[in-house]
Design a protein around this ligand. Structure first.
Ligand code: HEC
Length: 111
């Protein structure tokens, strides 16, 4: 009985692991660790677009998925932050905009 349970558990664990993780965690999925921009995104965008946030439909921010949540959405992000200045809703300071633009022009590096 106990042995069977262990076996089932192990099989299930493997199936879940290979099924979910290898499919969803693509090889080039890296974490977003940029020393200037990561804290800014966390504090200025995370409350609404981060995990558990109120607006994840238009944009879901996940620092552990740089490729999907930043790189893949960069033109939208650039447009609302720098062109339209509609995000973050309270506005960004000139210093923040300059840092954002410099980061963007540098190819929006993850680190
Ligand atoms: C107070 C909540 C809140 C915060 C903080 C916030 N957003 Fe948003 N965001 C929204 C809402 C609501 C919408 C959808 C309505 C809209 O487009 O104005 C949205 C939409 C967006 C979209 C999609 C726009 C489109 O046209 O599809 C992007 C991209 C975005 N936000 C990026 C950001 C970034 C980057 C930050 C941080 C610098 C940020 N948001 C901070 C609430 C927020």
């Amino acid at each position: 009985m106990n042995r069977n349970r262990l076996l089932v558990g192990a099989l299930l664990g493997c199936a879940l692991f290979t099924g979910l993780f290898s499919a969803s965690c693509s090889k080039d999925s890296t974490a977003f660790e940029h020393t200037t921009m990561r804290p800014w995104f966390d504090s200025k965008c995370g409350s609404c677009h981060g995990s558990g946030g109120s607006n994840r439909i238009q944009w879901a921010y996940d620092p552990n998925d740089y490729t999907g949540s930043i790189k893949g959405k960069i033109s939208k992000i650039y447009s609302v932050v720098y062109n339209k200045r509609s995000m973050p809703p309270g506005g960004a300071t000139q210093t923040e905009l300059d840092a954002f633009k410099a980061w963007y022009d540098a190819g929006y590096p993850a680190k």
